[in-house]
Unconditional design. Structure first.
Lengths: 246, 231
């Protein structure tokens, strides 16, 4: 194995892109997302673009995810030391109109793809024991109920509980943590933030004002570094005081 | 009463008070196709409605992440989580259930609060249930209350072999300050939550675990039954 890399899913937008830009100067990255053009664009905006690898992959389909990743590692003679799962889809659905196709797609991206990615990363013959940390991007919606959020909240609550058991299973070599952001303006929700009412309600419910994707990236950088060497199985809430003031 | 085995369901019905009053729905919840439609037909066929829904169906299985198997994961999520979503759909539709629903109670597990080796899939399914319960509590208020019960480890058919091992029983006793729990302890909590005595309680996780999660017991190094999770 030539070198170790940090793998970031959902790297072409929102939190994932911000994390990539934060980590690019100090680490070699594998950037994963569904859209090759967007990924290329993020890479070219990172420090040292030529060092970083791209993995174009739709995580709403699980078949072959683990195998593809294993081949990528072997072909480039690299291992993954830090895995950051920032891929996520969001959607509103009411219980009375529950649609399993919607639920399955959301669980594939938000939860199950992470399981399939961690599988090869924890196999000695594939990743050579290189893995040191896993960081999940969860959500405070796992702690605050909201109308229409049952499927999204369930997928994030699943991540939190999985994080706890994996922290025990993979100790002492791998630390496993989750970051729980509140709502932050990204491409996913720009239209909402454009409405004055929405922006006002955000301001009213977040004592520290509006959050930025970099706030999440800062927390992730900490958890995926040696400064957090004795931190595992934790949920780090990054929400401008939203939960504290509910 | 819902289960996939007709004979076992019949045996439970016969052991109940007034067996002739109770209905059976034989259904395997490890696949979710048509669950909602079957339930709707059952309700209209019998001209009944559901006022309280208790989701106690669950499968437990140990799997390590390095050997993650999606078929296992999907089956576990179908029974523990997705089937409940598909059951709640018709129960919250006016034309089907006539607004009769008053409460939903999920059986979750304390493994959502105490991490354990080999439990990440089971824990994830139960963590999903907890967060689902919270959002449904907001979405369905004030008509429907939604809560979950988080048991510690209790001897049932699911873990008879473990409880046959004296070392395992000793470790369960050592980690549960109130001693061994019984299925009735969970049933008592469920009865409370589905009754009007709990009329102002929603979105809550009621831990019924003999004190397992309020302290950190001394660890038996890698012994059988060192896992503190629920059933």
């Amino acid at each position: 194995m030539d070198e170790t890399c940090t793998l970031i899913t959902g790297a072409s937008s929102g939190f994932g892109r911000s994390i990539a830009q934060k980590l690019a100067p100090s680490r070699r990255l594998v950037l994963a997302d569904i859209n090759a053009d967007k990924l290329e664009h993020v890479r070219s905006n990172c420090e040292f673009p030529e060092r970083h690898l791209l993995w174009t992959r739709d995580l709403s389909r699980l078949a072959g995810v683990g195998e593809e990743l294993a081949s990528l590692l072997a072909a480039n003679d690299i291992g993954v030391d830090h895995f950051i799962h920032s891929a996520g889809v969001f959607g509103i659905q009411f219980a009375r109109a529950n649609e399993m196709a919607f639920v399955t797609q959301m669980f594939n991206v938000n939860l199950f793809s992470a399981m399939e990615i961690i599988r090869p990363l924890t196999q000695k013959r594939v990743n050579k024991g290189a893995l040191r940390s896993i960081t999940f991007i969860s959500s405070i919606n796992s702690r605050l109920g909201a109308k229409g959020y049952h499927a999204y909240a369930a997928s994030k609550g699943a991540l939190n509980a999985m994080c706890l058991s994996l922290a025990v299973e993979l100790a002492p070599s791998v630390r496993v943590n989750a970051v729980l952001p509140s709502i932050i303006e990204t491409e996913m929700n720009q239209e909402h933030f454009a409405k004055p009412d929405f922006a006002a309600s955000m301001r009213a419910t977040h004592p520290l004002g509006f959050g930025r994707p970099e706030d999440v990236a800062d927390a992730v950088e900490f958890l995926a570094s040696d400064r957090a060497r004795w931190v595992t199985g934790q949920e780090l809430v990054v929400d401008g005081g939203r939960c504290a003031s509910k | 009463m819902v289960g996939r085995n007709a004979e076992k369901l019949e045996a439970v019905r016969n052991a109940c008070e007034g067996p002739s009053r109770h209905l059976l729905w034989v259904r395997d919840l490890s696949y979710v196709e048509n669950v909602g439609e079957e339930l709707s037909s059952l309700l209209s066929g019998k001209n009944i409605e559901v006022d309280h829904f208790i989701h106690s169906a669950g499968v437990l299985g140990i799997q390590f992440i390095r050997a993650n198997e999606m078929a296992f994961v999907i089956r576990l999520f179908n029974v523990n989580l997705f089937s409940a979503m598909e059951i709640i759909r018709p129960l919250t539709q006016k034309p089907v259930n006539k607004g009769a629903l008053r409460s939903i109670t999920f059986i979750s597990s304390i493994v959502t609060r105490v991490g354990s080796k080999g439990y990440y899939v089971y824990a994830a399914s139960k963590g999903a249930v907890n967060s689902l319960s919270l959002s449904l509590a907001v979405e369905l208020a004030p008509a429907v209350r939604v809560n979950s019960v988080l048991p510690g480890i209790i001897g049932t058919e699911m873990n008879t072999d473990h409880f046959a091992n004296p070392e395992f029983v000793a470790s369960v006793k050592a980690t549960h300050p109130l001693g061994l729990g019984r299925p009735e302890d969970v049933a008592d909590a469920v009865e409370f939550l589905t009754s009007d005595r709990a009329r102002w309680i929603t979105g809550q996780e009621i831990v019924v675990d003999g004190g397992r999660t309020v302290f950190s017991p001394p660890r038996v190094p890698e012994a059988v039954g060192n896992n503190p999770k629920g059933s």
